[in-house]
Design a protein. Structure first.
Length: 117
């Protein structure tokens, strides 16, 4: 999203958006740690609209989908964006253990040190 903001500033926005629409797989990694601003909402809507039924979109996020409306910020744009994303989506929700030290448990029954489940 930051690349689109920079491209808007130096006149490359339309070209960059066209290139993002054409890729077979667009990945939004670690989506949602911060609320979207007005331009970011419009950029995301334009990307998902232009890519709809053309290419794949992979979104990774630590936030549950229920909180995505909050991240988008504008309820009407959130409806439009999420409708296009979720309509044909495959959802894979992982239940994982977060380990601060990187230490893994010795067995599946035993939590690792410094881990939150």
């Amino acid at each position: 999203m930051a690349a689109l903001a920079l491209a808007r500033g130096d006149g490359r926005y339309a070209k960059l958006l066209r290139s993002l629409v054409r890729v077979n797989l667009l990945i939004l990694d670690d989506w949602g740690p911060e609320r979207l601003g007005p331009e970011q909402r419009r950029d995301l809507l334009e990307m998902v609209e232009d890519r709809y039924d053309i290419g794949s979109l992979l979104i990774t996020s630590q936030l549950p989908i229920e909180r995505w409306y909050e991240i988008v910020g504008d309820p009407m744009l959130a409806d439009a964006i999420l409708d296009r994303i979720i309509h044909n989506a495959y959802r894979i929700e992982l239940k994982a253990t977060a380990c601060a030290s990187g230490a893994l448990p010795r067995s599946s029954d035993e939590p690792a040190a410094n881990c939150v489940t």
